[in-house]
Design a protein around this ligand. Structure first.
Ligand SMILES: *Cc1c(COP(=O)(O)O)cnc(C)c1O
Length: 394
């Protein structure tokens, strides 16, 4: 027996463990201090009432012979796929219900999609990056190449002229940098993918946070259906991080290397995935209902207001940052030339506020820091007041 040696090539991910360790040490030494966590990447508000009702009804149906359901279809129930298609239509993007695969979330799909690509493809990710894209491809033995996000491009990496890639992960609005691509920027990525005969894997997990007039989907760009797969999730949109439901769109017009990508992804799902449970698919459909959309907007507005509160403090302090407008993340430059971990310790000790050091997301994250708007309103306001006090006006 031999294990997959590619696992030896993974860089140990200390980020969240180290954040937790330093935070817990501080709390143990300072039991009287109230520590506020603005590092969390998880939602905190409960599911919308219509969603809970739909899930309950779905569960009850499973307990009655006439309405009992066995294995669901691999690609999801038609009414849920249609709901996703109608949702795209609501912001002017044409996606057919039969191109939608309902799944247990975007993280699994971002990793699983690698099953259909050979190991000798070069994978491009942006730096800083959501670690799942890197680690899942290292496990598969693929080479990783980077497109830099930095201050000169507003932490929204553009295609590098001189680097070739076969598979390109894009995340917009971005985790961790909060930047979001404009239409023109997405056009450049689509052109680059076509020139390289590459496939874009577009992670739209934060599309519901978009408030400016920018694309909610890569398919807003003409020709994207010939080069892109899109993953999305109800995790951040509707608080499904614990409920688990997402969707992946594979256009039937996407062909590569003499193969129809939809067909091979279908075959992969049919082999390794037995679908999403009935109550959860009922809950997902409820998110897309008229009442569901109204109710989830209340939670989204709550987080967006937190983001606005944090961003305006950065504006007041004259600190460079990206995000906060179309994203729950505020990615800021550590003041006074501090390093990411140096600023982490400074904020924890002086303001008793926890954030996430940017260098945990890649080399370009050094000297940067991520705050999130998923916290409680009063805590966010208090944290921001404390940050303003310890950093001071310039
Ligand atoms: C939270 C998040 C997701 C969602 O993952 P799920 O598995 O659907 O919960 C996907 N991509 C990014 C970049 C995220 O931050």
């Amino acid at each position: 027996m031999r294990v997959n040696k590619n696992f030896d090539n993974l860089v140990p991910n200390y980020l969240f463990a180290e954040v937790a360790k330093r935070t817990n040490d501080f709390i143990a030494k300072n039991p009287d201090k109230k520590v506020i966590k603005l590092g969390i990447g998880d939602v905190t508000l409960p599911l919308a009432p219509v969603v809970v009702e739909a899930m309950k009804k779905g569960a009850e149906e499973l307990g009655v012979k006439e309405t009992f359901k066995g294995y669901p279809e691999y690609e999801g129930y038609d009414f849920v796929r249609q709901a996703v298609s109608d949702y795209y239509k609501s912001f002017g993007v044409d996606v057919n219900a039969d191109e939608v695969f309902i799944s247990d979330g975007a993280k699994s799909d971002c990793g699983n999609i690698g099953d259909i690509f050979s190991a000798d493809n070069a994978v491009m990710v942006t730096d800083p990056v959501y670690p799942v894209y890197v680690d899942s491809n290292i496990m598969a033995g693929r080479k990783i190449v980077y497109a830099d996000s930095n201050e000169s491009n507003g932490f929204a990496a553009m295609p590098p002229e001189d680097v070739k890639a076969d598979i390109i992960y894009l995340c917009s609005p971005n985790n961790p940098t909060g930047s979001a691509y404009t239409y023109d920027q997405l056009v450049k990525w689509v052109e680059y993918a076509k020139k390289n005969d590459a496939v874009i894997l577009y992670d739209a997990a934060y599309e519901a946070f978009i408030s400016e007039n920018i694309p909610r989907s890569i398919y807003a760009v003409e020709g994207a259906k010939e080069c892109a797969i899109e993953m999305c999730s109800l995790s951040k949109t509707a608080g499904f991080t614990g409920t688990r439901c997402g969707y992946t769109i594979v256009p039937k017009t996407l062909e590569r290397d003499g193969h129809n990508i939809y067909s091979i992804w279908y075959r992969r799902q049919a082999t390794k995935f037995n679908g999403v449970s009935w109550p959860v698919q009922c809950a997902a459909a409820a998110v897309f209902s008229e009442e569901g959309q109204k109710q989830i907007k209340e939670n989204l507005e709550y987080y967006k207001e937190n983001a606005r509160i944090i961003s305006s403090a950065m504006d007041e302090l004259g600190i460079y940052y990206t995000g906060g407008k179309n994203s729950p993340y505020i990615w800021l430059k550590c003041p006074n030339g501090m390093g990411s971990w140096e600023f982490f310790d400074f904020l924890l000790e002086k303001a008793n506020v926890v954030g996430t050091p940017g260098e945990g997301f890649g080399k370009n994250g050094a000297g940067y820091f991520r705050l999130t708007s998923f916290g409680d309103r009063d805590n966010t306001i208090e944290a921001v007041e404390r940050i303003k006090k310890v950093i001071g006006k310039k």
